[in-house]
Design a protein around this ligand. Structure first.
Ligand code: HPA
Length: 245
């Protein structure tokens, strides 16, 4: 049976209902992951859980040690990763509370440790990344969202920005011209590192605010936190449904 791991984003630093059997404090050649990996039962099967920003939430998107996180999950036996990401909505259909299971991404980050092939030139492998997400995992997420009665899009292009600041109106307009539907700060290099480690990977994105310029209001943390709070129940039931298979 495939071993699933969940990477929880902002608003999901712990998975209530996860029946924890053990916590793994792992070290990796790249340093320590954001938190201990919890091993437990969720949706009726064993699953690994890692809080991307630490537990409690302490690491901003550009300071997450993505290499250590993915390495540790692989070490713990993960084969398939379900990543949860809060995003801003760019496309008109991506209103607050909407879910998206992106099929493509564009990486606008800079200066992050983004590969395991950094040091030894002899060992550099140019992984195929044409389709950054696992189609099979995407289908499982989409089926679960449908069964949960969520408002969702089964496709979308995820723009990953550097943060931690939000974008300017012009930046969002550019992302839109580039074909991006949603924008977040944590989708990369996570997805690419998963591919380098040959882990299946898909993203469950929850829209928590209209991206800059997509509403007349100033984007506030209070609004984002409220949307996270409102959406997390559906995130959890969707994940449980995927795991229950
Ligand atoms: N931009 C980038 N990342 C985000 C946003 C946003 O508007 N909302 C949540 N994460």
């Amino acid at each position: 049976m495939t071993v699933y791991a969940i990477i929880g984003g902002t608003g999901l630093t712990q998975l209530e209902g996860l029946n924890i059997h053990r916590s793994l404090a792992l070290d990796t050649p790249y340093g320590a992951p954001s938190a201990q990996i919890q091993v437990g039962e969720y949706g009726g099967r064993e699953v690994l859980f890692l809080a991307r920003h630490g537990h409690p939430h302490r690491l901003p998107p550009h300071q997450v040690n993505y290499r250590a996180n993915l390495w540790a999950l692989k070490q713990a036996g993960a084969e398939a990763i379900l990543a949860v990401n809060a995003v801003g909505g760019i496309h008109a259909s991506m209103g607050t509370g909407h879910f998206c299971v992106p099929h493509q991404l564009i990486d606008y980050t800079s200066g992050r440790q983004h590969t395991y092939f950094a040091d030894d030139l002899e060992q550099v492998t140019h992984i195929d990344f044409s389709y950054p997400y696992s189609e099979s995992l995407r289908e499982q997420l989409v089926a679960a969202l449908a069964a949960e009665g969520c408002a969702y899009s089964s496709h979308g292009v995820y723009a990953c920005t550097q943060g931690p600041r939000l974008e300017t109106v012009a930046e969002i307009a550019r992302l839109e011209r580039d074909g991006c539907d949603i924008v977040g700060m944590t989708g990369m290099p996570e997805a690419a590192l998963a591919r380098e480690l040959e882990l299946d990977y898909a993203c469950l994105a929850l829209v928590v605010n209209p991206a800059a310029g997509k509403s007349t209001a100033v984007i506030t943390m209070a609004e984002i936190e409220q949307a996270l709070h409102d959406g997390m129940g559906k995130v959890k039931s969707t994940l449980a449904r995927v795991l229950a298979g």
